[in-house]
Every structure is written in structure tokens, then in C-alpha cells.
Design a protein around this ligand. Structure first.
Ligand code: CAP
Ligand code: MG
Length: 413
């Protein structure tokens, strides 16, 4: 039996319930037809190659099928039989559906836009332990957005300065202190010292405010070191770990998820480097798919953008958040995190766009307040609470001088 590119194309094929169905955006290269491009993508991402092969037996059972082509929108649907995939292995799945095809000469551009995950594959992953329930199971946030802050400058504060910034922010009303993505275990602020000092300040802030507080501790590291940091977080009584999920890789995220289960720790996913995959809208892997992968692997929070507000380019934040909170064969949901250039003056617009089942995070928008971190935290929390109730931030500022100062400085845009 031979396998050729044409064997991977069948526009009459109806995907089965058990198939993993992927939508791609394609731009065929010069001289390549739509059929040629679509069948090459299905071939290279499943079990074909450039040469026609003669093989014994039914290898076609593992072949993907390019089953729909819409030349106008550039969208091509490919259905993959579930037997192609190793259950529970995100690296293996991605080596198929987002692997060699990203660099094929037959396409000038190719982007994995969306996936429809079949039940069996979904059930081979753990999914999140808590998801949006962290707002009540770990924090006291109830139905409002959880609030978080990252000390700035992002690296360079010593351990004492870092922990003091935490105390100021927690007592000003913030729920979660967060490490920055590039703060791990540097000499100016060593990991274990930071953990111990920050949790001591957290305990003091909890006593002072009567509110539950926690710390998103960045455990990102290579190899076993990351798991040891997870264990350390648990030993010292931290409820969360933070992982730079893209730079660390999905196999490592899966290991962390396993270790976190042992301790009941929640996972905050920072997505630094995602834009290398998703920024060019016609190429790479969409943030929507990155978020899906993260949910399957079991993170409880993930950054998904700020609906066009703030300092960073965004994909469709609302659509991604809706997916993270929709049913996916019984998988626990994920609490999306809005972050990047946020400040108190943006809270009502942000919540109007994204609703209240989110976490809101501000670094510069708290520590850059003219009266310092504590005042910045008061302003940010007050604005968030007001926006969650549908009250405008300007109105809320009338009885909150810290918020009035923040609006004076940053306005509402
Ligand atoms: C925010 C932040 C976050 C980005 C990540 C930063 O600080 O700490 O890493 O928000 O972006 O370093 O930029 P600011 P995203 O609040 O001072 O902007 O959430 O889009 O992944
Ligand atoms: Mg950061």
C-alpha cells in the first residue's frame, strides 16, 4: 500500500467524536494549490512525509484528514484519529499538531487557531485542581475579581524590600503578591529567603486585615530544582506556585501539576514568551490554543490579556476567557488573569469587557502611585470592588482619596 499526500485529503470526511479536530489558517506557497497545502499539513502532522511510501498493514488508521478548506478565510480543518496521540502527553500532541508543519515550505504562513478536544484525550489530563474556585477556596474574594500585584522594579529589590512591598500591598487590600516572571533565585533575592520573609509579612497582613492573603511564588527552574521549590513552597505554608509555563515547557508543567496535587497547591501560569508563538496573527499558535493546553495540563490561573487595554498586544481576550470557563468534558475551569499596564482607572472598562470571574494584576499601576504602594493598593482594590458592582471609578473616587490621586495621575484610559 502506498501513502501519498493526496491520501490525507477528503473533504467528504465527517470528523468522528473521538477525533482531535484542529482549525488552521494557511497561506499556500507560490505554486501550491489549496488541496496540496492542506493535504501536506495533514500528512506531515500525522504519519506522512514528502516521499511516497510503501508500507504493510493499515497505517492509514493513524493518518489525519484535511476535511474542510475555506479558501476565502484561509481556514483548513484537519481531523486527527485519537490513536495518533499518547494519552496525557502534551509534548507528544504538540509535536504532531504544532510541530514540523510550522516550518513547511509548502505554506508561507500557518497558524493553529483552535482545537476541539475529544473526551478520551481530555480525560487523560488532570485539568486544574481549583480554577476560579480559588476565589473562595483559598481567598476570601467571593464573586469579585481576585487582585494581585507584582513588585516593581521586577528584579533588583532585595528580599526585605520585596517582602515589605508585599506587606504594603496586602494591607492596602490586595489578595495576592506575585513574583515577576524573571525573578527566581538570584543572589540579590534568594528563593527560600524570599519565601520565608514574604510569608511572614503575609501572616502579619492577614492578622491586620482579617482577610485571607496569599503569594504567587515563582518556582520556575530547570529539572528537579523546580519540584524541590514546589515542595519548599508547601512546607512553608504557601498555597500557590507560579510557573513560567511557555519558557519552562509543557512536560515540566505537567510534572509540577502532579507534585502540586500532592500538596494541594494551586498553579498560577505566567505566559512570558507566548507572543513568540501568537503575536503574528497569520502564523504560529494562537493564545486560545496555548490557554487550552494550559487548562488540560492543569494550571489554575493563566494570563490571557487585557481586552486591548494596558501596555501589551492582545488576541481576543474575551473569547479565550469564555473558552477557559466553558465546559470541556467536565474539566475544571481556569481563572483568567488580566495584567500588563493596568491601573485603577481602567477597572470599570476592563470588567465591562471581561466580567468579574477573573484576577486583575497591576505592578506599575500600584507601586507607581504618587503616594506609594499602600495607597496604590487601596486605590486598585477600591476601583476593582466598585467596578465589580457596576459603579464607575470616578464615582468610587469621591470617598477614596487614594483612588482620586490615582485617577489624577493616570486618568481612565
Ligand atoms: C505586569 C507584568 C506582567 C505582564 C505579563 C510585567 O506589570 O508583571 O509580566 O503583565 O503580560 O512585567 O509587564 P505591570 P501578560 O502591571 O507593571 O504592567 O499578562 O499579557 O502575559
Ligand atoms: Mg511581569
Amino acid at each position: 500500500m502506498g501513502i501519498r499526500y493526496e491520501d490525507f485529503l477528503d473533504t467528504a470526511y465527517e470528523p468522528k467524536e473521538s477525533d482531535l479536530v484542529c482549525s488552521f489558517y494557511l497561506e499556500p506557497a507560490d505554486g501550491i494549490s489549496w488541496n496540496g497545502a492542506a493535504s501536506r499539513v495533514a500528512s506531515e502532522s500525522s504519519n506522512g512525509t514528502w516521499a511516497e511510501l510503501d508500507v504493510e498493514g493499515s497505517v492509514e488508521d493513524l493518518s489525519a484528514t484535511a476535511c474542510a478548506i475555506d479558501e476565502e478565510s484561509g481556514q483548513v480543518t484537519v481531523a486527527y484519529p485519537d490513536a495518533l496521540f499518547e494519552p496525557g502527553s502534551m509534548p507528544q500532541i504538540l509535536s504532531c499538531i504544532a510541530g514540523n508543519i510550522m516550518g513547511m515550505k509548502a505554506v508561507d504562513r500557518i497558524r493553529l487557531l483552535d482545537c476541539k478536544w475529544p473526551k478520551k484525550l481530555v480525560e487523560s489530563f488532570p485539568g486544574p485542581q481549583y480554577g476560579s474556585a480559588i476565589r473562595t477556596e483559598i481567598l476570601d474574594a467571593g464573586e469579585r475579581p481576585a487582585t494581585a500585584t507584582v513588585p516593581k522594579p521586577k528584579v533588583g529589590l532585595n528580599t526585605q524590600q520585596h517582602a515589605t512591598v508585599g506587606y504594603e500591598a496586602w494591607t492596602g487590600g490586595i489578595d495576592l503578591l506575585k513574583d515577576d516572571e524573571n525573578l527566581t533565585d538570584q543572589s540579590f533575592n534568594p528563593f527560600e529567603d524570599r519565601l520565608i520573609e514574604s510569608l511572614a509579612q503575609r501572616d502579619a497582613a492577614e492578622d491586620e486585615t482579617g482577610e485571607k492573603k496569599s503569594y504567587l511564588l515563582n518556582v520556575t527552574a530547570s529539572g528537579n530544582e523546580m519540584l524541590e521549590r514546589v515542595d519548599m513552597a508547601a512546607e512553608h505554608g504557601c498555597e500557590f506556585v507560579m510557573v513560567d509555563v511557555v519558557t519552562t515547557g509543557w512536560g515540566a508543567v505537567q510534572q509540577v501539576r502532579e507534585r502540586c496535587e500532592r500538596h494541594g497547591l494551586a498553579i498560577h501560569a505566567h505566559r512570558a514568551m507566548h507572543a513568540a508563538f501568537d503575536r503574528i496573527p497569520t502564523h504560529g499558535v494562537s493564545m486560545r490554543v496555548i490557554a487550552q493546553i494550559a487548562r488540560l495540563c492543569g494550571v489554575d490561573h493563566i494570563h490571557t490579556g487585557t481586552a486591548g487595554l494596558g501596555k501589551l498586544a492582545n488576541e481576543d481576550t474575551r473569547g479565550i476567557n469564555e473558552w477557559l470557563q466553558s465546559d470541556c468534558h467536565g474539566l475544571t475551569d481556569v481563572l483568567p488573569v488580566a495584567s500588563g499596564g493596568l491601573h485603577a482607572g481602567l477597572m470599570d472598562q476592563l470588567l465591562t469587557e471581561l466580567g468579574t470571574t477573573i484576577a486583575v494584576q497591576a505592578g506599575g499601576g500600584i507601586h507607581g502611585h504618587p503616594d506609594g504602594t499602600h495607597a496604590g493598593a487601596v486605590a486598585f482594590r477600591r476601583a476593582t470592588d466598585a467596578a465589580a458592582r457596576g459603579e464607575s471609578v470616578e464615582n468610587a473616587a469621591s470617598d477614596c482619596p487614594e483612588l482620586a490621586r490615582a485617577l489624577e495621575k493616570w486618568g481612565t484610559e
